[in-house]
Ligand binder design. Structure first.
Ligand SMILES: Nc1ncnc2c1ncn2[C@@H]1O[C@H](COP(=O)(O)OP(=O)(O)OP(=O)(O)O)[C@@H](O)[C@H]1O
Ligand SMILES: [Mg+2]
Length: 338
């Protein structure tokens, strides 16, 4: 299908078979104008399958739509526990949504802490998406009290790896489902467990970027290097590139060990660390008692301001990578010069 930007009239070719919604939001890569596109009448299943086979893309997942190209999927991971992965997910989602971005949080952790903190602990999870009659991911996404969405986790999530680890392509389960809803959001943030196994691998393979939160202490730092190694292996073996940034969390100025570890992190990951530091702040723990992001609970707190700074930095990084993307093959492939 050909899509024309209403403002600068640039034309784009979009792969019909990868659009699941009747309507989707697109953003022009040339003038940044956002507009609504309506999908033309659906072709028969056979015709679609033939077209996919001819394009060498039998699953219809290779070509990105314009809107999909604009959505960023970010995995938040560190093999070490308690480094503020979940806290970062909630507060980044809250800050980005205050900046008018549509954000989906995916709780891909068997602990289901994210769902608990958002008061959604009795909902269906990704496990139900895979094992129910209706496998449409959008049916399981809930709107939270805050202005963002959540795909919850529940106790059944622990069974996911047991059931699927032996199966071929188990590592693409999450990616394949996320592809179907990417165009509905500006950001999708995936919370992961403190491990480097099935769940983290699925999250990384579904993501364009990774945020690796770490405290300034030795074991958290070694958890960072584990994730960075995984990212390197994924690029080498699966050809999937993930841009990552390290986020220093729970920082305390007057901790001398923390300061030493911080300079080690700065040296080792130069150019890959967020400028924003998230300091230890009691308001974060208070906010969680009230099932709120600190960004909502106490907007003027240090932690809230720091998460807003982080959101701004991410938007800046995203702006830069969108400019670069024009040169990349997958975006060029949907562009049709009139
Ligand atoms: N900036 C902060 N200031 C004070 N406390 C914080 C801050 N960030 C997180 N915490 C607290 O630290 C603890 C761990 O945070 P969180 O659950 O987000 O970590 P996690 O990495 O997701 O843990 P897990 O690996 O178990 O999933 C929580 O009690 C949380 O309230
Ligand atoms: Mg957590």
């Amino acid at each position: 299908m050909i899509v024309t930007c209403g403002k600068c009239k640039t034309k784009y070719r979009v792969n019909d078979s990868s659009i699941r919604q009747k309507e989707f939001r697109a953003r022009c890569l040339r003038c940044d104008h956002a507009f609504l596109v309506r999908k033309p009448e659906t072709k028969s299943k056979n015709t679609q399958q033939n077209e996919r086979a001819l394009s060498g893309d039998p699953h219809g997942t290779k070509h990105l739509t314009l809107a999909e190209a604009n959505c960023k999927v970010i995995a938040v991971c560190n093999r070490k526990g308690g480094v503020a992965k979940t806290t970062t997910c909630i507060n980044l989602a809250a800050a980005l949504s205050k900046m008018k971005k549509r954000v989906l949080l995916v709780d891909f952790d068997i602990q289901a802490n994210l769902s608990l903190l958002l008061g959604c602990q009795n909902e269906k999870s990704f496990f139900d998406v895979i094992h129910s009659h209706d496998t449409e991911l959008s049916q399981y996404i809930v709107k939270t009290k805050a202005n963002f969405w959540l795909l919850p986790s529940n106790s059944k999530m622990a069974l996911l790896s047991k059931k699927h680890l032996p199966k071929e392509n188990f590592e693409y389960m999450l990616r394949d489902k996320i592809m179907t809803i990417r165009s509905d959001f500006d950001f999708i943030l995936i919370d992961t467990p403190p491990s480097g196994d099935f769940y983290t691998l699925n999250a990384l393979l579904a993501s364009d970027e990774a945020i690796i939160p770490t405290q300034c202490e030795y074991l958290s730092m070694s958890g960072v290097s584990h994730i960075v190694n995984m990212i390197d292996v994924i690029e080498e073996k699966a050809g999937h590139k993930i841009d990552y940034h390290v986020l220093i969390t729970l920082f305390e100025n007057d901790n001398s060990v923390g300061n030493v570890v911080r300079s080690k992190i700065n040296k080792e990951y130069e150019g890959k660390i967020f400028d924003t530091l998230v300091y230890k702040d009691r308001s974060v723990q208070e906010s969680q008692i009230f099932n709120q992001a600190v960004v909502h609970y106490r907007e003027d707190s240090d932690a809230s301001q720091q998460y807003f700074e982080l959101a701004k930095e991410i938007l800046q990084i995203q702006g830069k990578s969108n400019i670069k993307k024009v040169d990349e093959e997958d975006v060029i492939s949907v562009k049709y010069q009139a």
